[in-house]
Design a protein around this ligand. Sequence first.
Ligand SMILES: *Cc1c(COP(=O)(O)O)cnc(C)c1O
Length: 383
Amino acid sequence: MWYTAEILISESNVKNNIEFIQSLTGEDTLFSSVVKGNAYGHGIEVFVPIAQRCGVRHFSVFSTNEAYRVKKVAQPNTTIMIMGMVDNDALEWVIEEEIEFYVFETDRLEKAREAALKVGKPARIHLEVETGMNRTGMSLALMPQVFQYLKKHHQQFEYVGLCTHYAGAESYANYYRVQNQIKTFHQVVEQGKERKITPQIYHTACSAALLGFPETKMDMARVGILQYGYWPSKETLIRCLNETQDQRDPLRRAIKWRSKIMSLKEVPAGDFVGYGTSYLTETDMTIAAVPVGYAYGYTRSLSNQGRVLIHGQRMSVISIVNMNMILVDVTNLESVEKGDEVVLIGGQGDLTISVDSFGELSSQLNYELLTRLPYNTPRTVVS
Ligand SMILES: *Cc1c(COP(=O)(O)O)cnc(C)c1O
């Protein structure tokens, strides 16, 4: 309560984005909504119910903790898949709750089997194959042994998926690497078929792969960034625009991050503003203090650089970003008042502060900037 800033999430924009994703996946490919990183900063507890109202029934997370958070707000007939970290001591809970998880090491299979025996339910697993990203995943050479193990212990496992992840499908610079990954994946698919060990689904695509390599969509696409209204890279946006008739961005940003003017002050010409000497007034100025600083995710690298919207106009952040405050030059605004809305990211009037522009000034990637949106700021759904 009494927060200094808030994040508004537009349900209709999310719906627009999900419909766009579904136009890419088509009827035969399931869409898994990726909500790791606190739903890319949008807040798991807020975003998951919105996605569910749009008909989404499958969510992908990174960790057990995120799975727990999704579980708490999800409808009963929802599938949750953990793509990363599951501690051994969490396995029993995960299996009991019928949460699906990636297996990328053989000792994980053994631990999962033990836990499945204890719980009395099969472990619902997705085998992650190493195809060239060299992050997590089991090598081609290991797979025969893994298939053998699954065959032998089939009662303790439900072999839900075979999957991999591409190392940079958002850029054509990685074209050959991704093509090789696709080939390697198909080799493993064949290995399994020869041994008559086949999963319920094959899945490999993230947002960028779905856009740029349609053959990767298979039975399910794991899509994160597009849902929130952002492109995996500029290149993917440009490619998409070239393919559309009207050259309009089909995505709508879901987030608006805003605060309000806390205090106004007149400063005469020739004075320094804020800590140190980084900003000197050249004329008499009116300065607004806005109660967001780096403690709330407004990064310090935006000192003397950031832009915010007030009264539908672009205003400059001056001086150093403080822990709890920024200072904004509002000299040219008429009838500015305490309590006036200040937009940090998102639209006001005809203008928008995009995550991209914010990201460029602070040299952060879309993904990074979004996931760093602070936990200590409340998220509210708006239509
Ligand atoms: C993050 C992630 C995705 C989704 O990536 P986007 O680029 O946001 O669509 C898909 N699969 C895995 C394994 C991931 O880690």
